[in-house]
Design a protein around this ligand. Structure first.
Ligand code: 2AM
Ligand code: CA
Ligand code: CA
Ligand code: CA
Length: 281
């Protein structure tokens, strides 16, 4: 089956590039900005158009494959990861950035079979950087191999995270208490690109030692997590142990010891899982 998934990955790269062109072109047009769950959870027609473009393109070549896409789930489709070949799509990761023309916006396409990631493609379309990883075959940016930072000391590290989309004071307090603990280690700095997928690619590229966030969704990190692990990094839950992509929580780091130190400092909480049926939320 190896060749088939390599073909699928080549196809995903071509689709991501085309999708990125649509995103770049849309930046020049007047945008209609809508909201979903709250006034800071933004969506545009381009998010929806790009997701449909990706799904329709994949269906032409792989009609039996399944999909999890952010905007399809928002429209009521199940967020259901089965053993079937499944494309996990975030058409625009960094919609808030996109709306403000803040230049970190990605198209993210993960692909999983038997619940195992086979490849990941993240196209940072305003930087024109194509990040790719195929299971067991390494991670690349524009064809150049990626390797995580070899820094062992968290005190000499940059840590990436995000403030998320919740403005509930209790959730914001937890985010800030984790941030305070991390800053006071002390670390060299804390950064956030505004795109989970790009943050993961920064870890894979060795620009930041680690990225953590509570509140992400499977489509934010499906591709990026394979890119991190294929670049030699580690993935962990915010309470330690293995990552469950449906759990809404992730730590990605260059080294296990750095991931473990972050786990120690995080004030953790558990948002409703991605695979919770809407009736139970
Ligand atoms: P999105 O642009 O695809 O919605 C993790 O931080 C993810 O949360 C981001 O990659 C972003 O993905 C999403 N997100 C949604 N609303 C946000 C907001 N107001 N600020 C930052 N990220 C937000
Ligand atoms: Ca969104
Ligand atoms: Ca996203
Ligand atoms: Ca998105």
């Amino acid at each position: 089956m190896a060749d088939l998934w390599q073909n699928a990955m080549d196809y995903a790269v071509a689709i991501a590039r085309k999708a990125g062109e649509v995103v770049r072109d849309a930046l020049r047009d007047d945008m209609k900005v809508m909201t979903k769950s709250s006034s800071v959870d933004l969506v545009t027609q381009t998010d929806q158009k790009v997701e449909q473009l990706i799904i329709q393109s994949v269906k032409e070549k792989f009609p039996t494959h399944r999909f999890i896409g952010e905007e399809s789930v928002a429209a009521g489709e199940a967020c259901d990861l089965t053993d079937s070949p499944t494309w996990i799509i975030d058409p625009i990761d960094g919609t808030t950035n996109f709306v403000h023309a803040f230049p970190f916006v990605a198209v993210s396409i993960g692909f999983s079979v038997n619940k195992q990631s086979e490849f990941g493609v993240v196209y940072s379309c305003l930087e024109d950087k194509m990040f790719t990883a195929r299971r067991g075959k390494g991670a690349f940016c524009n064809g150049e191999p990626l390797k995580v930072s070899d820094q062992e000391d968290i005190k000499q590290s940059i840590i990436a995270t995000e403030f998320g989309s919740s403005r509930e004071p209790e959730a914001v307090d937890k985010i800030f208490s984790s941030l305070r603990n991390i800053l006071c280690i002390p670390v060299h700095g804390v950064r956030g690109a505004g795109s989970a997928a790009i943050n993961m690619c920064l870890v894979a590229s060795g620009c930041v030692e680690a990225y953590y966030e509570i509140g992400i969704h499977i489509w934010d990190v499906a591709a990026g997590s394979l890119i991190v692990s294929e670049a030699g990094g580690v993935l962990m839950d915010v309470e330690g142990g293995g990552v469950d992509l449906m759990s809404r929580r992730i730590v990605a780091a260059n080294r296990r010891a750095i991931a473990e130190r972050i786990v120690k400092e995080i004030d953790s909480f558990s948002p409703p899982r991605d695979d919770t049926p809407p009736s139970k939320q």
